[in-house]
Ligand binder design. Structure first.
Ligand SMILES: [Zn+2]
Length: 312
């Protein structure tokens, strides 16, 4: 009986997982509350809180037993430059955070989201009237995307399935300074770029607006996407957009001729302002958006490596 109980428990847990391990609003909210708290000071590039956010992601990757895929453990350090405003400390040390789920496959799917935001409003691109010294919490932009990244990590590591593709999960640094982390990665890849099947990016997926729906960009970056979208349904409304670049880190992958998808719930009054707070995020809708992303990834995995197509 002593050894039967753990056996029984693991059997029950395994079956529970296969039913219930989809992204959960409670987990999303927990990650967002942590990353967008005032103590995190807006995760500005080069700040102590920025590196604290990176370490938070690395800790989760370790919990899910991802293989470190940075240059120093999970971290890939790089120097970024503030370009939009004149500041004394224009060169800032930061990093990408990379975890790998090795399924022994030939090709790898990249899932990404940037973890940095505007800090205390001294690095440019704030829309506040007097941004300097104000905490730009960045709950939607992009604690929501990082929470999505972590819940997809949990899903793919705990779903009890060995997929026909590997997964590389990346939290990018310095996106707000001009996609610097993702560009650094594609120029210094830790997985060969020609082994990447496609890349999905989440940037601002926390403010679902039922009038607009969630936008899914990159639809034109492979001739296979229309077939992959076929039959995918959701309780949230979504629409596609052909563009492969524009606005976020997927653009760095598109520039290297890698098919992409980009999830985005759209602009709002708190965009790049100190009022982009955690309590305004719709975690229920975000979980439903992540389910769409999972359905698309799972459909795409039924196909061989996707062919890139330039968006005209
Ligand atoms: Zn963003």
């Amino acid at each position: 009986m002593k050894f039967l109980l753990p056996l029984l428990l693991s059997f029950l847990t395994f079956n529970a997982f296969s039913q219930t391990n989809y992204p959960a609003p409670g987990n999303l909210k927990r990650h967002i509350d942590y990353l967008a708290a005032d103590q995190m000071k807006g995760r500005g590039t080069g700040s102590r809180q920025n590196s604290k956010a990176a370490k938070y992601v690395a800790r989760q990757f370790k919990n899910y037993q991802l293989e470190p895929k940075g240059t120093k453990g999970y971290f890939q350090a790089f120097t970024s430059r503030v370009r939009r405003v004149v500041v004394a400390d224009s060169l800032r040390e930061t990093c990408n955070v990379l975890g790998f789920l090795d399924n022994g496959a030939e090709y790898t799917i990249v899932i990404g989201a940037h973890f940095d935001h505007l800090g205390m409003g001294r690095q440019g691109s704030s829309k506040a009237e007097n941004p300097e010294g104000q905490i730009h919490n960045g709950a939607d932009d992009n604690a929501s995307g990082v929470a999505g990244l972590l819940e997809l990590t949990r899903y793919f590591t705990e779903n009890g399935t060995k997929e026909p593709y590997n997964f590389l999960f990346i939290a990018f640094g310095a996106e707000e300074l001009g996609l610097q982390g993702s560009r650094y990665f594609v120029n210094n890849p830790t997985v060969p770029l020609d082994r990447i099947d496609f890349m999905t990016n989440m940037d601002m997926i926390g403010r679902y607006n039922p009038d607009r729906g969630v936008g899914i960009g990159g639809y034109g970056t492979s001739a296979s996407w229309p077939g992959i979208f076929e039959g995918v349904t959701s309780e949230v409304k979504f629409f596609t957009d052909r563009a492969g670049s524009g606005g976020s880190d997927h653009g760095s992958f598109y520039a290297k001729e890698i098919p992409v998808l980009f999830f985005h719930t759209g602009g709002h009054d708190d965009y790049h302002k100190p009022t982009d707070d955690a309590d305004k995020v719709d975690a229920e809708a975000e979980a439903a958006i992540l389910k769409i992303e999972i359905d698309l990834i799972e459909n795409a995995m039924k196909l061989p490596k996707l062919e890139f197509q330039e968006v005209k």
